[in-house]
Ligand binder design. Structure first.
Ligand code: IVH
Length: 670
């Protein structure tokens, strides 16, 4: 076919596809079948693949993930809107502070900014040249929705800032919420104040938003140009001066001891406040320290939400059920006589593990006190043994997996020299039904492939119906069959299909995380991705059984390596990865890959002064370098601190590797 003819054919097909896509997503009235739509798309993809020059401004791949017109425009946050880690006990708080000391490698005291944690909906306001330009919802933390007009209806949100010292561009973030007194007036329409705020913000017509009296309290910033202050408390003062509302109960404290006292006082008066509050937020006050501490993948290292204690209630254990989790852990759950705790009916309570049951001598029929804290499953605080009947029997924990009948083990931990408290099914993966279903739920979860419309319940259902047995089956669903199921309409099927299509674009880090390999969470998945760089390199390591290479990664130890080896040595797991590689578009995302340490590798030996390994490592990563944990010819720099390991220094000298003192290293980083 002449190139002209081919181009005409291509454009015709592309336009037809665009038309049907619109009918599909925006008009909700498809005119061709799913199969025909797929066929057309495949034909276009084929042309694009064989004739890359043909692709103009629009390629068929741009079509994926189109959104119904009902939704708002999307906005990628310049600085992610992360969440906060939660603390419930004093121990959690001291651990939080200890981690900070460790990261900064000193025990210097610092102040905390302490702020009530209003239970509302967070929003981000971008001001450019003192004008409110964008108002955006948090969304999934990375991409939010543009809801500027709705936010503008909130009287607490200034549209224009008069002060000269206001940064030329800044994102002010805070909480949108409804006061208790205002909620009472509309309580028939919404389940709780938080729902009222979020429902109102998502109205298509700002006039509808305006009808519900919302408030806004500012508490942090995202992207900004020009530095504007040195501490969080100073920032909160500035906010007030610029015309934003801040919480009048914000405080500064010099240590956790005083904070804990304040938490107790505040908790007792929480019900008298005119807004819903679910805890206090503690932030390292010094912004310079905040910058040094940075973030883990989900939350800042410099802040924690200290939740208020939960309500408790007494109830009775009806039975004990054993749930099998993604990693084979057998978790006992008490089915209890339903009881109302703080407005929520509770029928299950976690018993944690076999050891916990024997330590507390928990038995079927026991009267127990349970506690509910946040969204986590309630747990047993104590057993009222005085109410126990004479014929009650000690609970005997099953030793075979209740799901697949495999034997179970309590692993021996070489480091602690103790047996694990958790008993696990020995089946390695998809051979155990419950493990398989839980693995699938993990695969589609928010942090992993994030497939909207394919929640946990749908996974259970599709498993029962034999639609999905392995992760790759998700991408081969027969939508005509789904359409016929009860509760599924045309629109929900199209939406599901769109989010599955969208999820095909995935980073290698997320894919490794999504596989649900034991001991490989998001942070380790990142370390592995940084090392292997591409899926083909990962396959190479697996094929050549060079799992030892993972040990070179600073942060990956024997436990993780053994787990990776175990996982990838199983043919059925490998097949999953091979199949997924065929289906998915796997990208390796690099953060600022043009930093000044690009492609340079570092290793540390000896104690550093005034900076922890973790911080040094994060500085290297911020500048696009990487750290390794053994000396080889691929190493660029060995940084030596106090008392370095002689053999490492000698080996580096032999290999002509540059040796840096801590001073040289800091100089290199400037
Ligand atoms: S700071 C990087 N400060 O809590 C995190 N958050 O779980 C920055 N929240 O999404 C958040 N009061 O909706 C911060 N004084 C406060 C807050 C607060 C409420 C909410 C916010 C955030 C969630 C984090």
């Amino acid at each position: 076919m002449s190139s002209n003819k081919l181009k005409k054919k291509y454009i015709l097909k592309l336009n037809t596809l665009k038309k049907h896509n619109k009918l599909y997503f925006e008009k909700n009235s498809p005119k061709i079948s799913d199969a025909d739509f797929d066929k057309l798309k495949k034909e276009i993809l084929e042309i694009e693949k064989n004739n890359p020059n043909i692709i103009g401004k629009f390629s068929v791949s741009n079509l994926v993930g189109s959104k119904p017109s009902k939704s708002f425009d999307k906005y990628t946050h310049k600085v992610q809107m992360l969440s906060l880690s939660n603390g419930f006990s004093e121990e959690d708080l001291f651990n939080f502070e200890k981690k900070i000391f460790n990261f900064l490698n000193n025990k210097k005291k610092f102040y905390y900014s302490v702020e009530p944690k209003i239970d509302g909906i967070s929003a981000s306001l971008t001001y450019i040249n003192n004008q409110l330009v964008y108002g955006v919802s948090r969304g999934d933390g990375k991409v939010g929705e543009v809801i500027t007009e709705n936010l503008k209806t909130i009287k607490d949100i200034p549209l224009k800032i008069k002060d000269r010292d206001f940064p030329s561009e800044i994102e002010i973030r805070g909480e949108v919420f409804i006061k208790k007194a205002n909620f009472i007036k509309i309580k028939d329409k919404f389940a709780n104040p938080r729902n009222a705020a979020s429902g109102s913000l998502r109205q298509k017509d700002p006039n509808e938003t305006k009808k519900i009296p919302l408030n806004f309290i500012a508490y942090t910033f995202g992207y900004f140009k020009n530095n504007f202050c040195k501490s969080q408390s100073e920032f909160l003062d500035q906010l007030k001066k610029w015309g934003f509302k801040t919480n009048k109960d914000n405080k500064i404290f010099p240590n956790l001891k005083e904070i804990i006292k304040f938490h107790q006082q505040f908790e007792s008066k929480r019900f008298n406040l005119d807004y819903d509050v679910d805890g206090l937020v503690y932030k390292v006050n010094d912004l310079n320290l905040q910058e040094r501490l940075g973030f883990t993948s989900n939350s800042p290292r410099w802040a924690i939400a200290h939740k208020f204690s939960a309500d408790t209630a007494n109830t009775k254990i009806l039975t004990i059920e054993i749930q099998v989790g993604r990693t084979g852990a057998l978790t006992p759950v008490a089915k209890v006589e339903p009881v109302n705790i703080g407005g929520v009916i509770v029928a299950n309570a976690s018993l944690h593990n076999e050891d916990e049951i024997s330590r507390k001598d928990i038995r079927v029929g026991d009267v127990i006190k349970i506690e509910r804290a946040g969204d986590v499953i309630p747990h047993v605080i104590e057993v009222d043994k005085s109410k126990r009947s004479k014929d009650s029997k000690i609970y005997s924990f099953p030793i075979i997996c209740p799901s697949c009948g495999s034997s179970t083990v309590k692993e021996f931990n070489k480091t602690t020299k103790k047996y694990d408290a958790v008993r696990r099914c020995t089946n390695d993966g998809f051979g155990c039904e419950r493990i398989a279903v839980e693995k699938l739920k993990h695969f589609i979860s928010k942090e992993a492939l994030n497939i909207d419309g394919l929640g946990k319940k749908v996974i259970e259902k599709f498993w029962e119906l034999n639609f999905i047995k392995k992760p790759q089956d998700i991408f081969k669903l027969d939508y005509n069959k789904i359409k016929k199921l009860e509760g599924w309409g045309e629109l929900s099927v199209y939406n599901l299909r769109a989010s599955i299509e969208k999820s095909k674009n995935v980073t290698l880090q997320k894919l490794i995380y999504a596989l649900g390999i034991r001991h490989i969470g998001m942070e380790n998945a990142k370390l592995i991705t940084d090392k292997v760089k591409s899926i083909s390199n990962l396959f190479k390591i697996i094929k050549e059984k060079k799992f030892n290479e993972f040990l070179n990664i600073d942060g990956i130890g024997e436990t993780q390596m053994n787990s990776l080896e175990k996982y990838f040595s199983l043919q059925s797991n490998l097949k999953i990865l091979y199949d997924l590689n065929e289906i998915l578009h796997i990208e390796v995302k690099k953060i600022d890959s043009n930093g000044k340490l690009k492609e340079k590798s570092f290793m540390f030996t000896g104690k550093l002064d005034g900076i922890s390994r973790a911080e040094a490592k994060s500085l290297i990563e911020k500048n696009s370098g990487n750290t390794v944990s053994s000396v080889s010819k691929n190493l660029d720099y060995l940084v030596i601190g106090e008392n370095p390991t002689k053999s490492k220094v000698d080996k580096a000298k032999n290999l002509n590797i540059k040796i840096l003192t801590q001073k040289d290293f800091i100089k290199l980083l400037n």
